[in-house]
Every structure is written in structure tokens, then in C-alpha cells.
Design a protein around this ligand. Structure first.
Ligand code: TYD
Length: 132
């Protein structure tokens, strides 16, 4: 499985760092939605679903967490712990987010508005969807 991890160029100076993300530039889709998770309860796993169409970029803007990506054939765990690093998650990819540090803020840039119809929440259904 090809893992696409972006390293965003911070605009750093003696005041600190700033990362700017624009659709179709640093981010390979039009950004229709942004959401973020924080105050995540210790030991929990979030996600556990795939999307039919949605593409996303996950950025752990503070703290750290791990992302499991599963295309139905192969599973890969990607650690995220840098605020200028983004993990691309394609459509039809099962994902789980876990191992959140207490101070973790996981921000997600999404290519579509929230649509429950786009979710595949059952793993067996996901495997059927990808033809496995
Ligand atoms: P949920 O899908 O359970 O989050 P995760 O995949 O990270 O475990 O979403 C939690 C709640 O937030 C659920 O009630 C749906 C709502 N929600 C929105 O209203 N808009 C959104 O963009 C997202 C991602 C979730």
C-alpha cells in the first residue's frame, strides 16, 4: 500500500511557525469541511469506518496519535506527531485512530460535507465493497 504523507513547509521566523494549506495546492482536493478531535479519552479507538467517496488529510496539530489504514488487503500503522505533517487517506480505505496522547488534537481536512450515506461502518461490508 502506498502511504502518502505530506510534509508541509512551515513559514518559520523568530516569532515561530505557521503552516498554510490551500485546496488544490498543498491539499490535493477542494476542502469542503474541517473537523478536529481533542480531549480524546485515554485508550479509545476512533474511526473504524471507510468512506465511499470522501478523501481526507489527517494532521495531528498537537500531541500524537496513530492511524491504521487498511485497504482490505494490507494494513499499515502510521504515527502522526508533527504539526506540519499530513496523512492522505483515500476513499475506500478503512481507518482507525488510536494511541492518542492526552494533549492530542487531530485535525481533518475533508473533500466532502458530512454525509452519513458515504460511510461504510461494518468491516465485512467494507471487504465486500472492495471485492475481498
Ligand atoms: P464519528 O463519526 O463517530 O467520529 P469518529 O469517526 O472520529 O469516531 O462522529 C462523532 C459525532 O460527530 C457523530 O455524532 C457525527 C458527528 N459528526 C458531524 O456532525 N460532522 C462531522 O463532520 C463528523 C466527522 C462527525
Amino acid at each position: 500500500m502506498q502511504i502518502i504523507k505530506y510534509e508541509f513547509q512551515p513559514h518559520g521566523d523568530d516569532r515561530g511557525q505557521l503552516v498554510a494549506l490551500e485546496e488544490m495546492k498543498e491539499v490535493p482536493f477542494d476542502i469542503k469541511r474541517v473537523y478536529y478531535m481533542y480531549d480524546t479519552t485515554e485508550g479509545v479507538t476512533r474511526g473504524r469506518h471507510a468512506h465511499k467517496a470522501l478523501e481526507q488529510i489527517l494532521i495531528c496539530v498537537h500531541g500524537s496519535c496513530k492511524i491504521l489504514l487498511d485497504n482490505g488487503e494490507e494494513k499499515v500503522v502510521v504515527p502522526l506527531d508533527k504539526p506540519n505533517e499530513g496523512l492522505y487517506v483515500s476513499n475506500v480505505m478503512w481507518r482507525e485512530m488510536f494511541d492518542f496522547s492526552e494533549d492530542a488534537v487531530l485535525m481533518v481536512l475533508a473533500s466532502e460535507l458530512y454525509d452519513e450515506e458515504d460511510y461504510i461502518r461494518d468491516y465485512d461490508e467494507f471487504l465486500k465493497y472492495v471485492g475481498k
